[in-house]
Design a protein around this ligand. Structure first.
Ligand code: GLU
Length: 310
């Protein structure tokens, strides 16, 4: 039994990511599970830069005490696992030559999360049509989901039901798609608890369905409300002091940041010094705040100043 945190090494972890990692760690500990970390570095074009970013992310997590119980897994080193899964799924797959624009034109309106269900354009191409299209552009690989209706249980959102479209398993540049990699890895690593940001809530029926196709069971899901900036948009690097390095520059140490995150989760009083051990004792999943965390980085310098006076 294990839970996990699975960052993509695109940029330094910000307060929202760190807070989700903390909740994932607390949930794992609270429920007697191991805590694993997986670096989701499949995006080939970015792999060179990604290794450095990933190491920084791991070091930031470690600074907060969030350390994996097993060696960190790197998706770029797990390609054989995806290939083996694809072999099993092969009878359900088909090549898709659609561009993003073609899908946008043919599909119904995007879902609230921006995802466009695939309208099935390439599902029944005959061999001649396929051969012609292959000469034009390389195909992606999709899975026939037959519009399966899948319900999952989320620790905080309750029951989430989704219609599974024919989603992509392999992108047309040959890279395993996120939905495939995440499901294969969670199954292979024995992960049965998935805690992550609630921007991925609507992906969970799709992933739970795929787990079933691979002979596995869906994990327990818990999607944590995101961190927002003052304008109500998803927190980002440009919002000021939001990474551990930026926060250190305005005088906040890792321990202060842990305190800040704990306060945002209702697990500590403002300015209180906390330890992970203490936080696990206090953590009650049922009491997790259900609305987004609105972050105001301008207050952190003030926080640091007050702390050094007292
Ligand atoms: N790598 C994804 C991200 O950073 C998370 C994937 C997951 O937790 O399933 O957004």
């Amino acid at each position: 039994m294990a839970g996990r945190f699975a960052p993509s090494p695109t940029s330094a972890l910000h307060l929202g990511n760190l807070r989700t990692a903390l909740v994932a760690w607390l949930m794992a500990r609270r429920t007697g599970r191991q805590f694993l970390i997986r670096v989701e570095d499949l995006d080939a074009a970015r792999v060179a830069a990604a290794a450095g970013t990933a190491r920084q992310q791991l070091s930031d997590l470690a600074a907060l005490g969030l350390v994996a119980d097993q060696p960190v897994a790197w998706q770029s080193q797990r390609l054989e696992g995806y290939a083996a899964a694809l072999e099993r799924l092969r009878p359900l797959t088909y090549e898709c030559f659609c561009t993003r624009r073609e899908i946008a034109q043919a599909a119904s309106a995007p879902h609230g999360d921006g995802y466009r269900p695939y309208p099935g354009t390439c599902r029944d191409l005959d061999p001649l049509q396929r051969a012609r299209l292959r000469a034009v552009r390389p195909p992606a690989l999709r899975i026939r989901a037959e519009r399966a209706v899948m319900a999952v249980h989320d620790e905080w959102a309750g029951t989430v039901t989704g219609v599974v479209d024919d989603f992509v398993l392999v992108r047309n540049d040959g890279v395993p798609a996120y939905n495939l990699a995440v499901v294969v890895d969670d199954l292979d690593q024995g992960i049965d608890q998935v805690i992550r940001g609630d921007d991925l809530l609507t992906s969970s029926p799709r992933q739970a369905w795929l787990a079933g196709q691979l002979g596995g069971s869906p994990p327990q899901y818990g999607h944590v409300p995101l961190a927002l900036n003052q304008a109500g948009h998803r927190l980002a690097k440009r919002d000021g002091a939001v990474s551990l390095a930026d926060l250190a520059a305005v005088g906040l140490r890792a321990g202060d940041v842990l305190g800040l995150l704990a306060t945002s989760l209702g697990l500590a009083a403002q300015g209180e010094t906390v330890t992970l051990t203490r936080l696990v004792e206090r953590f009650d999943p049922a009491a997790l705040p259900r609305s987004p965390w609105v972050v105001d980085p301008r207050t952190y310098a003030e926080y640091a100043n007050n702390r050094s006076i007292t």
